[in-house]
Design a protein around this ligand. Sequence first.
Ligand SMILES: [Mg+2]
Length: 221
Amino acid sequence: MRELRLVIFDVDGTLVDSQAEIMAAMTQAYQSEGLTLPERAAVLSIVGLSLAEAFAKLLPDSDAPLRARLVDAYKGAFAGLRSNNQEMGPLFPGAQTALQTLQAQDHTLLAVATGKSRRGLDKVLERHGLTGVFHSEQVADHHPSKPHPSMVLAALAETGVVAERAVMLGDTSYDMDMARGAGVKTIGVSWGYHPVASLQADHIIDDFAALPATVDAVIGE
Ligand SMILES: [Mg+2]
């Protein structure tokens, strides 16, 4: 029998194209404080961090009370979008098929490690019919923000898979640094929110169809 292996997925910018809802919620949060929204690329560069970390990066001179208000405003805006069913980010093309292919392998376990909250992740999984697909689900509520390796270490511990047999799939340098910090190999995706050159991933894929074979190549069959 082949040794168990684990594929850990980032969510925003990797599985789900959530940029429309993120930009909408950010716009509302900035407006609530009378601030000017940075350009799209700057906003998207912080996707994957926890919200407090994200605002600290976007507004380095801000004080903690302002950042706390922005976090609340962002969460409120997101909840509003959700209740109006405007939180509609689609899965990236081929994601569903790639997940099914990997899920069908007895020795391959799947996990997520996301800056989303538990509630946010549950909604996304439910909307895309992915509830129960992942053996381990690591969310921002219980961990320090990426790139701290905490979420990957927890996924390894929960599934009992050794680091050498695990790989992280993500679109940002935060994902790659988080994985490396836990001794886990990395696959970067070229369709996400950070420039590919900044990822320094072990492998880059341009299409979800390449994922199963790339996982074999990176951590062995
Ligand atoms: Mg991401």
